[in-house]
Write a protein that binds this ligand. Sequence first.
Ligand code: ADP
Ligand code: MG
Length: 321
Amino acid sequence: MKEFELINHYFKGRGITRRDVAVGIGDDCAVVEIPENCQLAVTTDTLVEGVHFFPDIPARALGHRVLAVNLSDLAAMGAEPTWISIGLTLPDVNMAWLEEFTEGLHEIAEYYNVQLIGGDTTQGPLTITICAKGIVPKGKALTRSGANVGDWIYITGPVGDAALAIESRKRGIALSEDQTKRVVEKLHYPKPHVAAGQVLRGLATSCIDISDGLLADLQHIVERSMVGADIDVDKVPVSDDLRAVKDQALIDMLSLSYGDDYQLLFTVNDNNRSAVEARLMQYGVEATCIGQITNTVGEIELYKNGEKYSIPEQAGYEHFN
Ligand code: ADP
Ligand code: MG
């Protein structure tokens, strides 16, 4: 199968069509309409075999995951996802693999009403890059820099399950078959908080998606907002599967220093707390307050049972380390 046949078979004319796409796949560029009084939000994320996923990940999961992680970035800015392009580097043309991969990709794209508008296809070690675009009302994007002293710190759901899936495999943590199935599902099929991100527009003072670890990502908010943070470790939501691990140091590491669940971490002024909780609940998102913004610029303090607490230094995931 040649490059153009591959593009035509697996990408062109598959998935949804949006009315705001003037020119889609097949020309030198795609052309799209941006609504008046809106701004374009753009993000790119790459998944490399052996770095971001195990080589035996099901192709369908990979198609889902690569888009999910990009949509999570749009969600963190309060943007509505609209269009994506894909850079696909394949070692060879494996039709069964491509069928599954594109099924996973088109399925999540359709769910979030996102149209694939272009890409690039090359040969080489398996690497997938997505550039996702979204729209956001002018001046209303959520950023990392708006947190104020006294704001409450929230998280959209439990953290650590995807990490448990990875680490149980790497270091052989004993899990039952059911537990393994549940945590691997979380790793393979993360659900980006797209609706929550848009709900938080105008209500949250800052927002970030947890991709590198709760503490590492909170550190970005703290630094960009020039504030500090107190976190009550007991309040950080974890699943029964993670709690069952029993080793507290390991639970702390997986829930605080790993980020593959793609929850949103955000800050809210005291006046907006109940509004935020209620609005998110309408979308089935149970946000948990895990701490408060302080004036200890650049510092995050951890507490457990009201006492200061510390965990071993964990910088979050770093390439080139
Ligand atoms: P060019 O040489 O002008 O960059 P290409 O030959 O790379 O164009 O691609 C032809 C068309 O197919 C373009 O519209 C491009 O966006 C699209 N395309 C290429 N690869 C993919 C892909 N994997 N998925 C979707 N569209 C793709
Ligand atoms: Mg060209």
